[in-house]
Design a protein around this ligand. Structure first.
Ligand SMILES: [Zn+2]
Length: 222
């Protein structure tokens, strides 16, 4: 993710957040390192069933996003799924990680690839609460992810159609299908509340500083 105007700021991360990604129960390493053809949402061809499944995994991505919020980071979360198994989770942590690439998708991709000991993740689906940015779209392509499902659209830096559509370019991508807007309102609200809280905190700090300055009175002439 890259929330564009939603991002930035000077909030510090919680020191207790040492790790940004959690590898779920590792699955057997893939026997076939070669990319497999894109097959959207394996195992759930029915649209209603697929929607319910998408919401279920997106809810897990939302839970991961809350870990980012707890660490003072912009709340974006991701889960990497193979079949009905969650391979890995990740949350946004560029500030605490001193790492501009530490988006939720990257954390989940790294954890899954290391867990499976395979730099390709064919047949996997990535659920993320915010539309991926160009960096993450590139990593998703390199990993040969079969399908990306995201929640809120990002009109500033979204690379799945909002600003550019990296996955629509056949010269770049032959592997990944994209579904956007799953639990869109809920995922968007998490971001809005985070930035509203931050704006309130900034206003309160400024008011406290102004009050302290009033109490000190006018500065003595030197
Ligand atoms: Zn990103």
């Amino acid at each position: 993710m890259s929330p564009g105007n939603l991002a930035g700021g000077t909030e510090s991360a919680s020191a207790e957040e040492a790790s940004s990604c959690a590898l779920a129960t590792p699955a057997e390493p893939s026997a076939d390192p070669l990319p497999t053809p894109s097959r959207p949402n394996p195992g759930a061809p029915d649209p209603a069933e697929r929607s319910e499944r998408d919401r279920r995994f997106m809810a897990l991505a939302q839970a991961a996003a809350e870990k980012a919020r707890a660490a003072g980071e912009v709340p974006v979360g991701a889960v990497l799924v193979r079949g009905d198994e969650v391979i890995a989770t990740g949350f946004n942590h560029p500030i605490s990680g001193h790492d501009p690439s530490a988006h939720a998708e990257m954390a989940a991709l790294r954890a899954a690839a290391q867990g499976l000991e395979n730099y390709r993740l064919p047949g996997c689906e990535l659920y993320v609460t915010l539309e991926p940015c160009l960096m993450c779209a590139g990593a998703i392509m390199h990993a040969r992810i079969a399908r990306v499902v995201f929640g809120a659209y990002d009109p500033k830096t979204g690379a799945c159609g909002s600003v550019v559509d990296a996955f629509a370019n056949p010269q770049l991508n032959h592997h990944t299908s994209v579904t956007g807007g799953v639990l869109e309102a809920e995922c968007g609200q998490a971001l809005k509340s985070f930035f509203a809280d931050r704006r309130r905190a900034i206003r309160a700090a400024r008011a406290a500083e102004a009050e302290a300055a009033r109490e000190r009175g006018p500065a003595e002439p030197v």
